[in-house]
Design a protein around this ligand. Structure first.
Ligand code: SF4
Ligand code: SF4
Length: 382
């Protein structure tokens, strides 16, 4: 799968990668991959040696393990445990403050502009696709979400194309990877055979300007062929796939399929899948006040369609059972989302599969809905 971008191409070495981080840090808070608590997460990044040098990961249903690689790759793993959404759609977003001075109640909107814009460094093609999904859901509407809009406006995105997908990944079947689509400022494809280097491509005027300031050399056909081969090999090594043909109709048309009850017997309704998912954006509104204080705060906090309270209306929850909550999650993400936003709510990152404590696999659930009731699944290829 060749790189789909058409911008200027050049080659960076490791010191050049540090120059890129330094250039970004001059104007942005740089957020990039690093090892923390036994997983590769995203966090503040200042130096290239903070990256997961020589580390890979083994991910599958309900399982995540770091492993040492035999090379010094810095992007030699699959999707980070933490998706990029928390830097544009944080877990808690203050919305307004109410002040009661005893005679008058006043409400002040809160639109706290981040002190510095954020540069997402080394995020994956699936993360880029997820941002595009959020753009559709939160910006492309009559009244854009102002909190998301202000964080998104200053965002600089450096994508690291994924050359080592995990067993939980299925971005190829969703059309979102491993080569990045549109929307990045710079993309990097790491090449570890021979000279350790990065084919860097600009995807925006801001990316083009930054690239011109970096210590690069011109890309040649060897670099381009190596990058294309790495991405093709990554695509071909992906063993999971979402059966997307007719999926929305299949989901929306079978609310009573026994597969919903079957998955509910395993699902713990823990909500891990929705927290790990880069596109889930369900929230609740909470009001907090301190005793004795005249000020209370209204904030938007992440919620999950797996909690009973999420669908609480007058008289109680409308989704009392786990079956109904799992069905809501999946039919919205892969069915109603397409009707609402013109795009699937799933980008195939596989995080919900990896981080589900009981290993529920959304691609297998889609296949279960396509089978007549009672028919056993066939073995997935190893
Ligand atoms: S539903 Fe699962 S695979 Fe799809 S985007 Fe969300 S976490 Fe990733
Ligand atoms: S599908 Fe898995 S991660 Fe999601 S709520 Fe159920 S048990 Fe938790």
């Amino acid at each position: 799968m060749p790189n789909q971008s058409t911008g200027t191409e050049a080659v960076l070495d490791l010191p050049g990668l540090q120059a890129l981080v330094d250039a970004l840090a001059a104007t942005h808070t740089v957020i990039g991959p690093q090892v923390s608590d036994g997983a590769i997460v995203l966090g503040p990044l200042a130096r290239v040696d903070q990256l997961p040098v020589g580390m890979g990961d083994d991910q599958d249903a309900g399982s995540y393990r770091l492993r040492e690689r035999t090379d010094r790759a810095v992007f030699g793993y699959a999707a980070s445990a933490v998706p990029a959404k928390r830097w544009v759609f944080p877990p808690r977003e203050p919305m307004s403050r109410t002040h009661d001075d005893g005679t008058t109640v006043s409400v002040e909107p809160v639109l706290a502009r981040p002190q510095r814009p954020v540069a997402l460094f080394g995020v994956r093609s699936c993360d880029l696709a997820a941002l595009a999904v959020h753009d559709r859901a939160l910006l492309a509407r009559p009244v854009p979400d102002p909190w998301y809009a202000q964080r998104r406006a200053g965002l600089f995105i450096v994508v690291a194309a994924c050359t080592t997908p995990a067993r939980s990944c299925f971005c190829v079947s969703m059309g979102t990877g491993p080569a990045p689509g549109a929307g990045f400022d710079l993309s990097l494809t790491e090449l570890v055979e021979g000279e350790h280097r990065f084919l860097v491509t600009s995807g925006s005027p801001a990316g083009e300007q930054l690239l011109a300031r970096l210590p690069t050399r011109a890309a040649d056909t060897v670099d381009r062929s190596a990058a294309d081969a790495a991405l093709r090999q990554a695509a071909e090594s992906m063993t999971r796939a979402m059966p997307t043909d007719g999926l929305a109709a299949l989901l929306l048309g079978q609310p009573e399929h026994p597969a919903w009850a079957e998955v509910a017997q395993r699902c713990l309704a823990c909500g891990n899948c929705t927290l790990a998912c880069p596109t889930c954006f369900c929230t609740s509104i909470v009001e907090t006040a301190e005793l004795g204080s005249p000020v209370s705060e209204r904030a938007r906090v992440w919620d999950s369609c797996f909690t009973a309270d999420f669908s609480h209306m007058h008289g109680g929850s409308v989704r009392t059972g786990i079956s109904a909550r799992y069905r809501q999650w999946m039919t919205h993400k892969l069915g109603a989302w397409v009707e609402q936003f013109g795009v699937s709510g799933c980008v195939g990152c596989g995080r919900c599969i990896t981080w589900c404590p009981v290993g529920i696999d959304i691609t297998e659930q889609a296949r279960a809905l396509a089978r007549p009731a009672g028919q056993e699944p066939r073995e997935r290829k190893p």
